[in-house]
Design a protein around this ligand. Structure first.
Ligand code: ARG
Ligand code: ASP
Length: 748
């Protein structure tokens, strides 16, 4: 007998299901895992509109931009939209003090004015599939990790060889769920991507580092490029004969605007998250690693920032580098603060107690999983000193002191010659020439010297005393002479001079290496790097053990909590995340609205300031309320907030409405919520987007490049369904009772 349940009860049941909005989902699994929930949240399309291999779908308009950001195609002539901060390096490369596109903006008024960008590429996903069974064939639980990995490597090559694809396409296989699932991707990469337009920094980077990771936000963080193809619409290296790429699908643009609770979907290439770590890892991040990295960058940024404010040339040279260093410096601060504020560590501990209690109930789990957390905690304790020194070393020797980085790169000339003879030397030299060709244009030794001295002093105090004392002893120097000595090494180093490096590269390998070894700065960098090496090796060894255990812990979580639906951590592959437009309350009595307006730009305006200046034309448009068709009730919307779970790499991702139309451009998250990479919390995790209407307004009314708007398809999805009120209840993983399992957990 069939029992009929009244509709009303079903919908009550559904609305009381704990529904979370965190998660970065694989587009080809939406049907099984997410479609119902998405529709309950207001989505009006089907998941085949998002991802399909049989017909053009939204995914055909999404690209991995340069491998580090996301972009989307918004016209049938390959017009590409991404963030200003994603196009920044290229815009800067075309700029000089006389012709400063960062400062003044750039707009190609026709296709012949578009600028080429060697090295820039855009990758489309053709299709993806689960190949777990094939990749893990012949692998079992008893194998050690080496044996296991070698079988996996062989299998991966075999699967890749079998995948059918066109000659101009590529294939890659990536691990998910820490090596418990494998997905194959067929991709196609276009290498002729030209710069079409960028607003001035005073719009595209308005608020700069002060406003970065912050709400309320007023940044018009966008730039435009165009993908070119050969006459057959296939990928080709740059050629004047190339033509605009005709996409299988391009996004339609809705100017209807957004309001609180509207459904939003972000489609892009999130880089890296770590949602399933044990509490002991979070403790290490908060107590040890983040504070150290913040401290290092704090010192470097103070020095560089002061120089940039004093010197227009230094500002141009260092703006990109400064922004990169400042970005994660600030993110780590927000991350630590957010983890503390949301009691993330306590929540993880509670989750771990639940896990242990569940494991205890089954004999086979007790045996397999009973010790996992204990082992992970123990490894974290062992890893900590190595991880800390590694962070100091990498930050100082590779990220913050430019001349140390250059010296470290040069060092590999020696090993190339030893290992691969003259040919190896010449190959590596070729790559180095590439590095150095861009190095000096943006290098000011006066700035770098200060950073070097300040950070080496720190290295000595925090982690490098033993090796530096030994080095000084060898030179017959006292500790008090350390910084003076370093200053002399720096001043006399040939690496500072592009001419000297050029002549070094002209010499034969033996002579060149002899010259290099005689350079005191080079010798110092080499000495301290060699002293660091055992730490790096030890870290890698422990980290490999940790990853192996994490892979088991991941599998265990999915098996033990089999009624939950898990999403794989971000790994720079194409994902869908969805949510709603929503404000938040960062602390008691402070309430943030989800939208900002041009009025806020005028409020923040500081004439001549290096972060908050506003172009005169924008002020005039504000005064005359000349917003064209893009305004809303006499106001010009600028940015808005949503609950979409995003991370680095999602910058430039399209924000789509319930119908799949473009309504915004993702570019950031709020500071309080940057811990979403480790522990998403719905109360304070929000992503920040530019309203598409502001982008169109800037292109059309501000820049006078209306021909670009004419290229797009503007739509007005009139019938808008109000999304149902959904009770939100979140946890570290979703507790939705969807029976569909996310993946087959293969026995190993
Ligand atoms: N915080 C954003 C993201 O992680 C934007 C960074 C670029 N802007 C800046 N001022 N550094 O990438
Ligand atoms: N701003 C980031 C990006 O560049 C996005 C984020 O971390 O939220 O990808």
């Amino acid at each position: 007998m069939k029992i009929k349940i009244p509709i009303i009860i079903i919908s009550l049941l559904i609305s009381n299901l704990a529904i979370a909005v965190d998660g970065m989902w694989l587009p080809f699994l939406l049907k099984t895992l997410n479609e119902q929930e998405m529709q309950e949240m207001g989505m009006q399309m089907s998941v085949e509109d998002i991802y399909s291999v049989n017909k053009g779908s939204l995914k055909d308009a999404i690209v991995h931009f340069g491998g580090f950001c996301t972009g989307e195609i918004i016209s049938d002539q390959g017009l590409l939209l991404t963030n200003h901060h994603c196009g920044y390096g290229k815009i800067q490369a075309h700029s000089s003090v006389e012709n400063n596109y960062l400062k003044d903006g750039f707009w190609a008024m026709n296709k012949s004015e578009e600028l080429t960008n060697p090295g820039l590429f855009a990758t489309f996903i053709v299709r993806m599939d689960d190949v777990t069974d094939m990749v893990l064939e012949g692998v079992d639980d008893k194998m050690d990790k080496k044996e296991r990995q070698s079988i996996i490597d062989v299998n991966i090559d075999a699967v890749k060889a079998k995948v059918s694809k066109e000659s101009y396409q590529d294939v890659m296989i990536r691990p998910f769920f820490k090596g418990n699932q494998y997905i194959v991707f067929v991709t196609v990469t276009y290498n002729d991507v030209r710069l079409v337009g960028a607003p001035p920094e005073s719009i595209g980077k308005f608020g700069a580092d002060t406003d970065n990771w912050e709400w309320p936000r007023h940044t018009g963080d966008f730039s435009m490029f165009r993908v070119y193809a050969d006459k057959n619409n296939l990928p080709a290296e740059y050629s004047a004969d190339n033509v605009p790429y005709q996409p299988k699908h391009h996004l339609k643009v809705s100017t209807d605007g957004v309001k609180a609770d509207d459904f939003t979907l972000v489609f892009g290439f999130p880089g890296r998250t770590n949602s399933y770590l044990p509490a002991s890892s979070l403790t290490q991040v908060v107590n040890t690693l983040n504070p150290a990295k913040i401290d290092i960058r704090d010192k470097a940024l103070k020095i560089v920032g002061a120089e940039m404010r004093n010197d227009e040339k230094v500002k141009l040279q260092y703006s990109s580098k400064f922004a990169r260093i400042a970005n994660y410096w600030k993110k780590w601060m927000g991350e630590s603060q957010g983890l503390i504020a949301t009691h993330a560590i306590d929540k993880k501990l509670k989750y771990e107690t639940d896990f242990q209690n569940a494991v205890k109930k089954k004999r086979k789990w007790r045996k397999k999983y009973g010790n996992l957390l204990g082992q992970l905690d123990q490894l974290n304790r062992e890893i900590e000193p190595y991880a800390l020194k590694r962070d100091y070393y990498n930050e100082i020797f590779y990220r913050n002191v430019e001349l140390l980085k250059a010296a470290n790169y040069l060092k590999r000339l020696e090993s190339s010659l030893e290992e691969n003879g003259e040919e190896g030397y010449n190959n590596y030299k070729g790559r180095l020439e590439g590095f150095f060709s861009g190095f000096y244009k943006d290098y000011e030794p006066r700035v770098d010297r200060q950073v070097f001295l300040s950070l080496m002093e720190m290295y000595y105090k925090k982690v490098g005393k033993t090796e530096i004392d030994l080095y000084l002893k060898g030179k017959g120097l006292a500790k008090k002479d350390f910084l003076m000595h370093l200053g002399q090494l720096f001043d006399n180093s040939l690496i500072k001079s592009s001419d000297k490096i050029a002549s070094l590269f002209k010499e034969n390998p033996d002579k060149a290496l002899a010259t290099l070894k005689a350079d005191g700065f080079y010798a110092f960098a080499k000495n301290i790097s060699a002293a660091y090496k055992p730490t790096g090796d030890k870290y890698n060894e422990k980290k490999a053990e940790f990853d192996d255990l994490m892979s088991k812990y991941m599998k265990a979580q999915m098996e033990v909590f089999s009624d939950r639906v898990f999403y794989p951590d971000a790994n720079s592959t194409l994902r869908v995340t969805y949510g709603q437009v929503k404000g938040y309350e960062p602390r008691d009595a402070v309430i943030y609205n989800p939208s900002t307006y041009l009025k806020g730009i005028v409020e923040k305006f500081q004439p001549g300031d290096y972060e908050f200046d506003v172009p005169k034309k924008l002020l005039e448009l504000y005064e005359s309320k000349d917003f064209g068709p893009y305004g809303e009730d006499g106001k010009m919307p600028v940015c808005f907030l949503g609950t979409n779970h995003t991370t680095g790499g999602n910058s430039g991702s399209p924000v789509l409405d319930a119908y799949g139309n473009l309504i915004g451009l993702n570019f950031d998250r709020v500071w309080e919520g940057t811990m979403s990479d480790l522990n998403y919390d719905e109360t304070i995790c929000r992503n920040i987007m530019v309203d598409i209407r502001y982008i169109l307004f800037v292109v059309d009314k501000f820049a006078g490049a209306g021909h670009l708007v004419d290229e797009m398809d503007l739509v007005h999805p009139k019938i808008k369904k109000k999304p149902k009120k959904i009770k939100m209840n979140y946890g570290p993983v979703r507790t939705k009772k969807a029976k569909a399992r996310i993946m087959k957990t293969p026995e190993r």
